[in-house]
Design a protein around this ligand. Sequence first.
Ligand SMILES: Nc1ncnc2c1ncn2[C@@H]1O[C@H](COP(=O)(O)OP(=O)(O)OP(=O)(O)O)[C@@H](O)[C@H]1O
Length: 329
Amino acid sequence: MNEIAGTRGVRSVPQPDFAAPRVAGQAEAIVVRDLVKRYGERVAVDGLTFTIGRGEIFALLGPNGAGKTTTIEILEGYRTADEGEVRVLGLDPRRDAAELRRRIGVMLQSGGIYPTVTPIEFLDLLSHFYDEAEDPRELIRLVGLEEVARVRYRQLSGGQQRRLALAAALVGKPELLFLDEPTTGMDPQARRLTWSLVSSLRERGITVLLTTHFMEEAERLADRVAIIDHGRLVALATPQELTHSETDEVQFTGPAGLDVTALRSLPSALDAREAQPGRYVIHTKRPADLLSELTTWARDAGVLLVEIRVGHESLEEVFLRLTGHELRE
Ligand SMILES: Nc1ncnc2c1ncn2[C@@H]1O[C@H](COP(=O)(O)OP(=O)(O)OP(=O)(O)O)[C@@H](O)[C@H]1O
């Protein structure tokens, strides 16, 4: 069964919106209903339901082992589901595998490229598998690998190897692109280049499903973000909806080891925690009231508060609030 936030003692969140924004006259790119996948006793995907619209950039965000890769591999047709239903471009990924392969692009997590091949040779080779392929030279330029186009794969940096994998996923002019952790191993410059590249795919109308551990990546790229944890959907919304919910966050610095229980019991506090020694985070729906309660409490307790900041929750904090743990635990 699908399970959403609120079932494990977490606070209420914007309700997942399972309907994708509709582009007039077009069907959904991906439909996932009550998907379950087990590996022996372990339930890797535990009742996922979501829909991705055509042309949408959609991120599956979750920690290691959340079930992101398993979900993506089922959608690509590389794994079978135990329960539930999936449709990709209107097709059954297992039954219609041959047709699906022609219409999707897959960026693999790592490996799978012969170590002595050069980027240009590799893309040239791949282009022969498609009736209509992108020009390999154009792809090399698009992903910024001109200077290493004739360098052997094994001599490329991790980030360059990832960019080649991205170019390879685009060779067949896909309608739908699967990007499994596209920027893992990239330096900040390569990551930004990849982000602008993925954003530019939006103009071509390509639907993108990406998985990531990086909040910032989801926040910058995705039209909508599905947060998954232990194979379950805990939230599904736009990054703006997730981070600009009615919940605000008050952060301040003070002495380490303050009485967090006392902070939690301030009338306007939803919760409170010491995020790092001496750095505190309190969630509230009434920031002005909370500030006044907090300063009164601090005066009575003889505590000096510094750097008090009020703002919307970061996606990082949203994740913590929904799942009860950090993204990179
Ligand atoms: N072939 C397999 N056999 C047994 N267990 C597996 C297999 N593949 C994945 N798992 C387990 O299923 C769970 C989900 O794994 P999955 O790789 O889908 O998560 P993920 O969110 O993609 O994680 P990561 O970010 O590390 O790639 C994990 O607990 C993992 O150990």
